[in-house]
Ligand binder design. Structure first.
Ligand code: GLA
Ligand code: ZN
Length: 641
């Protein structure tokens, strides 16, 4: 295995759930997997009730057989701890293992993922089976990696979770005075006089305390992470050489993946873009870039995608011909060293009986399976990208706390959605084939030519100082609206916004001015006139150059876009939501000044270019084929977006 990757060939395969099928199907599976070039199967993700049919009684023989069979056919295994879904006996016999909603109702069994992460019964059974699997399979020759749980995200509001929450808060705030101060409980008679009074955000009469809400989101992520770590350490103790992962869901608000990724040996992703969504390729690219960035640029694994349709979708349109190959290549281009699917063979029963699969209901004589076989061949030719890196000159800041905080109740505009801001700023860069990483606001940014901050409503002092220093030392930065507003306790920073960035940006904001969606006109000699909507800010330039000014609406005459020289660098501030073409011009100007270049300039629209190692991947997302001219001739073109 190359030291820079978890694999020495591009991994290819999918979730394999053979416990749904009789033995003769297993034999056919092996032949078809070999035909398709499958080299990795994810096994055991939801097998708990089959592995432990009654409390403490394990039946591993069938799993022995599955692993041996896969191994005999040259196929490796990502073996899951089956702890995402409890067996009915556990929930029936120990009802406290079930999760509680904020209104006190219980989510019962009969589906999946129904467990209280604080339940000691759940924890003990989960640890025991993880340890038993580790003991039995950690040295099995088929084992390539551990897959802990599945898509962690269950949140519970029960009394046991309340007790765990209090412990978490004691670590964060020390004593009750610290908690009262941080949560601002002097308002609305919320002062706590005893730790036992402190509870999760549950069903309430009116708006919940925002810091209580925010802290519970942080706690819920950390609580699940504790479960991941417990199982990781158990399986690892049997053979530290086997890498450990769990499958992330990209921009999923429930888990702070920066914190999680540090605990993994490799980062993996489940991604299900909608084939009917014209922006799916962009969203997929964005998710790939996040996943690569979470692992610090190291190769990652595409753990799940559907080869066809996703059964849970409102309209489960299959992927058109070639689309699964295209999106798989996109993942490899953006740093994946493996492409897996959910699932190998389409279920004929159960909740996911209509979900796409590598072997569909029609069987191997099908478009989908033929395309899978082609994909296997294509991926097998890409071994020399393994372990190589994707170079990015631009960083886009992304922070789970800033996301959660800006979407708390009673923000000035309930339609102001964090991911919309991220997408708006990502889009023009993606269209121009300027590769971007995502970065945590406290990360070292010194290697980037340009840092883009679509929205950073809540910011720590450390992160704020990091951004200021980055610009002082010559960096280029573009910051979007409603940034730098609150501190980590969700305390508004006082005295004129954005307190930590006022000098950096050379301006002072007195009021945020959310608006209905009618377009406002904006005048700019430099950018050309444009429209903006939804958001404005009553601000004054204090040293910054005004680049664009509102010419209609209640803020007519007030600056909308500014640019400031600070130290050796330059910081732009965009105090509104410009129409896409105008935002593209702003980012284009910033890229140009920073020297951030497209991978290849002048490509037809919807052709994506990514450089990975010494290769350039060109991906055509259009239905029609396109002619690409000799690209080396065009290399000197400008970077206009
Ligand atoms: C998730 C799960 C899988 C499966 C797929 C279906 O990604 O991890 O078990 O349910 O969704 O899209
Ligand atoms: Zn609970």
């Amino acid at each position: 295995m190359s030291s820079s990757s978890f694999t020495d060939r591009i991994l290819f395969g999918g979730d394999y759930n053979p416990e749904q099928w009789p033995r003769e199907v297993w034999e056919e599976d092996m032949a078809l997997m070999r035909q398709a070039g499958v080299n990795l199967a994810t096994v055991g993700v939801f097998s708990w009730a089959m592995l432990e049919p009654t409390p403490g009684v394990y039946e591993f023989e069938w799993l022995d057989e599955v692993l041996d069979l896969l191994h005999a056919n040259g196929i490796g295994v990502a073996l899951a701890t089956p702890t995402a879904s409890t067996p009915p006996w556990m929930n029936h016999r120990w009802p406290e293992t079930l999760p509680q909603n904020p209104d006190g109702t219980i989510r019962t069994y009969g589906s999946r993922n129904a467990y209280c992460p604080s339940s000691s019964v759940y924890r003990e059974f989960a640890d025991k089976i993880s340890d038993a699997l580790g003991g039995r399979y950690a040295h099995h020759p088929a084992l390539r990696m551990w897959h802990i749980g599945n898509e962690f995200g269950t949140v519970c509001h029960c009394d046991r979770c309340a007790a765990r929450f209090r412990t978490w808060l004691q670590v964060r705030y020390g004593d009750l005075d610290g908690l009262n101060e941080a949560w601002g409980t002097a308002f609305w008679s919320q002062r706590y006089s005893d730790w036992d009074e402190v509870i999760p955000p549950r069903q309430v009469q009116y708006v919940i305390n925002p810091t209580q809400d925010l802290d519970y989101q942080r706690f819920a992520s950390d609580l699940l992470l504790g479960g991941f770590i417990a199982e990781r350490d158990l399986v690892r103790s049997h053979n530290p050489a086997i890498p450990v992962t769990t499958n992330f869901m990209g921009f999923f608000k429930g888990t702070d993946s920066w914190r999680w990724a540090r605990e993994e040996d490799l980062v993996s992703l489940d991604t299900y873009p909608d084939p009917n969504d014209p922006d799916a390729a962009r969203d997929n690219a964005m998710t790939h870039d996040l996943t690569r960035s979470l692992g610090g640029g190291k190769p990652w694994l595409l753990m799940e995608q559907s080869p066809a349709g996703a059964g849970w979708r409102h309209i489960a349109t299959p992927k058109r011909r070639g689309l699964n190959q295209l999106w798989s290549m996109q993942a490899v281009a953006r740093g994946a060293d493996g492409v897996l699917h959910f699932q190998w063979r389409a279920s004929k029963q159960g909740a996911e009986r209509t979900h796409g699969a590598m072997v569909p209901h029609a069987g191997p004589d099908s478009r989908v399976f033929r395309e899978i076989c082609q994909l296997g061949k294509q991926l097998a030719q890409l071994d020399d990208v393994i372990g190589t890196n994707v170079a990015a000159e631009v960083a886009i800041l992304h922070d789970w706390d800033a996301w959660r905080a800006v979407e708390l109740d009673h923000q000035p505009h309930s339609g102001f959605r964090y991911l919309d801001r991220i997408r708006e700023y990502y889009t023009p860069l993606w269209r121009a084939n300027i590769t971007a990483d995502f970065a945590h606001p406290e990360a070292d940014l010194s290697t980037y030519k340009l840092v883009v901050v679509p929205n950073l409503y809540q910011v720590t002092d450390v992160a704020a100082a990091n951004l200021v220093r980055y610009v002082e030392r010559g960096g280029h930065l573009v910051m979007g609206p409603f940034s730098g507003v609150s501190d980590p306790d969700e305390r508004i920073r006082l005295g004129g916004h954005p307190v930590p960035f006022r000098e950096l940006l050379g301006l002072r904001i007195e009021e945020y001015w959310p608006l209905p969606d009618e377009p406002l006109t904006v005048e700019s000699a430099e950018l050309g006139d444009f429209t903006a909507a939804t958001w404005a800010e009553w601000l004054t330039a204090e040293g910054a150059t005004v680049v664009a000014t509102f010419t209609s609406g209640p803020l007519s005459g007030i600056p909308a876009v500014l640019r400031n020289s600070h130290g050796e660098g330059t910081a732009w501030y965009v105090a509104t939501l410009p129409e896409p073409a105008a935002l593209a011009r702003i980012l284009g100007a910033a890229c140009h000044a920073a020297g951030a270049e497209p991978v290849l300039p002048g490509l037809p629209p919807r052709v994506e270019a990514i450089r990975r190692g010494d290769k350039v991947f060109l991906l055509n997302h259009d239905d029609e084929s396109v002619q690409i001219r000799d690209l080396t001739q065009d290399a000197a073109q400008d970077t206009a977006l």
